[in-house]
Design a protein around this ligand. Structure first.
Ligand code: CO8
Length: 259
């Protein structure tokens, strides 16, 4: 499929996806969201991709949903847009492979929400985060009220959502919204190094770990524990479990095949 607003390339097991609409700071319109959904769907069944990096072209990661696109819409019309956004966000969140956001600039509104759908966030020092929807007379609509709360806690999430202020990368790190902050020139190097480290792990164990963590966040402690038990047991149906444990016992490095 050809993409109007996405760039993608594969390098040794890592797919680099770039939202490429820099003239609007990569704002999300229906086409960008549809394209994100389709590209991540393709990646899901592509065995040559084991880790994904998501970033933005130019000076923004994603500066939010497209305000000009949303402005004239009625309450009924906007539901269609919300549904497309939800489909794209879910496809990233539930992808059977780790997704790392390389946050290169503004991650505001829907942009912060898409970053939160990723498993790991590495931010450049000049990245800016926030849920400024309140300043437009609306609220977050791509999972922000739920994911921000889960990531940084109720009180801090309400502060960001109610006041609509933008925070810098260091503050985002102190809140637990991002995993690392690096200088702009190191962002891609550091993110790729994070991705490469994951290539040496069992891709099946990574997918099962992601599934178990997500399940607990979405349901509750006991349902999460049940999912963990199930995923843990499933690991023992894989060659990777035998290889990992054999390698330990034979005092050598494991060579996982994702089988
Ligand atoms: N939507 C549309 N266009 C945008 C957006 C946006 N979110 N952000 C920036 N742009 C455009 C600007 O209009 C401008 O276009 P032009 O050159 O044609 O005038 C261009 O990008 C460059 O932007 P600025 O000139 O404003 O650049 P500055 O450096 O002065 O400012 C900011 C950068 C601070 C990021 C500023 O652009 C800004 O405040 N942007 C809006 C941020 C925002 O409010 N985001 C939240 C949007 S609402 C949202 O995300 C809801 C999510 C839920 C949706 C659910 C259904 C999908």
């Amino acid at each position: 499929m050809d993409y109007q607003f996405l760039l993608s390339k594969k390098e040794e097991g890592v797919a680099l996806v770039t939202v490429n609409r820099p003239s609007a700071l990569n704002a999300l319109n229906a086409t960008v969201l549809e394209e994100l959904y389709h590209l991540f769907l393709e990646i899901e069944s592509d065995p040559s991709v084991r880790v994904v990096i998501l970033t933005g072209a130019g000076r923004a990661f994603i500066a939010g949903a497209d305000i000009a696109y949303m402005h004239p819409q009625s309450s009924v019309e906007i539901r269609h847009f919300v549904a497309i956004a939800r489909k794209a966000a879910d496809q990233i969140y539930y992808l059977n492979k780790p997704v790392i956001a390389a946050v290169n600039g503004y991650a505001l509104g829907g942009g912060c929400e898409i970053a939160m759908c990723c498993d790991i966030r590495i931010a450049s020092e000049n990245a800016r985060f926030g849920q400024p929807e309140i300043n437009l007379g609306i609220i977050p609509g791509i999972g922000g009220t739920q994911n921000l709360t889960r990531l940084i806690g109720v009180a801090r999430a309400k502060e960001l959502i109610f006041y609509g202020d933008t925070i810098d990368a260091r503050t985002a790190l102190s809140l637990g919204l991002v995993n690392r902050v690096v200088s702009p020139d190191q962002l891609m190097l550091e993110t790729k190094s994070f991705a490469q480290k994951l290539l040496s792990k069992s891709s099946i164990a990574l997918a099962l770990a992601k599934k178990a963590v997500n399940a607990g966040v979405e349901t509750g402690y006991f349902a999460g524990l049940n999912m963990e038990n199930e995923c843990f047991s499933q690991c023992f149906a894989t060659e990777d479990q035998k290889e990992g444990m054999s390698a330990f016992l034979e005092k050598r490095k494991a060579d996982f095949k994702g089988k």
